[in-house]
Design a protein around this ligand. Sequence first.
Ligand code: GDP
Length: 622
Amino acid sequence: MQKKNNNKPGSGKKPRSSGRKNFNNNRQQFTPSFKKTPDIHEIEYSDGITVGQLAKKCGRNSSDIIKVLFMQGKAVTINSELDDDLVETVCLEYDIEPKKVKPKDEDSLEDDVADDPSQLVERPPIVTIMGHVDHGKTTLLDTIRRTKVAAGEAGGITQAIGAYQVSIKGRKISFLDTPGHEAFTAMRARGASVTDIAVIVVAADDGVMPQTREAVDHAKAANVPMIVAVNKMDRPDANPDRVMNEMSELGIMPEEWGGDTIFVPISAKKGTGVEDLLETIVTVADVKELKANPNRLATGTVIEAKLDKGRGPVATLLIQNGTLKQGDPVVVGTCFGKVRKMTDEDGRELKKAGPARPCEIIGLNDVPEAGDVFKAFDSEKEARAVADRRNRRKIEASRRKTAAVSLEDLSKEIEAGEIQEIPIIIKADVQGSAEAVKSSLEKLDVKGVKINVIHSTAGAINDNDIMLANASKAMIIGFNVRPDANIRKKAEENGVSIRLHNIIYKATEEMENAMKGMLAPVYTEVIVGEAEIRETYKVSRIGTIGGCMVTSGKLIAHCGIRLIRDGIVVYEGKLGSLRRFKDDVKEVSQGYECGITIENYNDIKIGDRLEAFQEQEVRQEV
Ligand code: GDP
């Protein structure tokens, strides 16, 4: 990778004007001769800084900055946004060290206010159930709910709102009602970390299966403690030892074997062991000392949302801190509203909802998305303004899509000392090659930066991989697998980088080079034009000459050429001579006639199509 400028911000090197004499001489004629130089040696800036804003930070006039950039061949106005290179160019000129910082989001809904420790009280844990298909996740969620919710309380209409809370010996537990790591990781990909504990359900008659492994990797990537529910213990062929063995191989060691994961034998169908499981959840939660402050405005996450014909937008919210009250103005994602009515999973009206409480609310002006964060406000006016600004920004951001991680970003970030670990997902044709790629990548260590393989299995690259990559800012390495168009599109939409290889050392070499900041350029083909053969002439010594009309783009002397007959490529090679009338020319554009020959090829026929192409270097960023 070519560095445009070695004077990286923060590198400590003083960027100086050696070798830039011309530039400085030229500049003199523009610079007022008796201007007092402001005493500024360092500035902070963030993405989207304009010329006007930069001028202010540097203590200069906008016109000075416009001139500096003009001398570099860059025409800007006071409102132009500057990229990092241009900011550096300007700062270099004034001997100022630019430092890039993340902008503070005034309208953030994140819970970023530190709570007074004396206000903190214990809160219920929030639990997600994951595991392989048919291992009993839904049955377990149903059993827990049936036996523990609304026991003895009349009038409740059981609703599916995406989450519910149960009580066990006076302690509460909140369950997310969408089983599986897909939903879990989709939320995480949107920046929401809701789950405190993951229950991994493994059927004792089936053992660890591919989605069990996925679930474990997803929970590990999210740093969420796990409890293993060994299910279907009522089956005669139940083999809990096998489950323990296989889970140990994944690094999930049972407590009785000296590890730190609790395995609970259950039968979700019969209900046996479910009470133990709930008690275990409480025990694990106690270790985590989960706390929240109920005496403040609520913040939390959207679990589910939909448009209801009669009630309008309906959202299930999980309160993560504070207390939400009926009538509170709220901003949910980019939606605004007042909590008109709040109900629990049994349809009972709630006047208020505290930490870890799932509740359904109505009163929003639009339908938010699962994983959106929300925040309650004192003032309706403020809430409305925040929602408006967030909405506008969301639209702008969707226009300016940025990649999660690419090899190029990696090099830059390593150089800037911003990362110590590169998360990688490996998908390969067979488990053996996945293992081999994994172990060779894990050996890489460049400038103290290590590869961390968060998930590695045999199989095609799928939706879940994209989601996990997005959530974990990871890159996907495919070995002897090709993602289909759908997955490629998804990856692109999510800014997920996929690198495909079929030779292990190439995969490691590429990664190592990226870590060292030495990416080799990659070439890609660009179609430059098309032409149609209208006549042919045979000339001894030269061969067949095609008289053609350029139908789009242009033909360029000696460019790559494909001869296409009835939609089939009959020859691929290089253009020989390219002539207009009697003269050799460099190129011929659309709408003009010309004569061509193809190197080492004579079978040109009237009606054939020519496709002209060139190789172009591209930035390495897949
Ligand atoms: P999910 O795909 O993980 O949600 O699995 P389900 O909850 O849909 O269960 C799959 C099948 O396993 C269903 O036919 C359940 O009745 C059955 N099943 C679930 N738990 C148990 C159990 O503890 N014992 C037995 N024998 N069958 C169970």
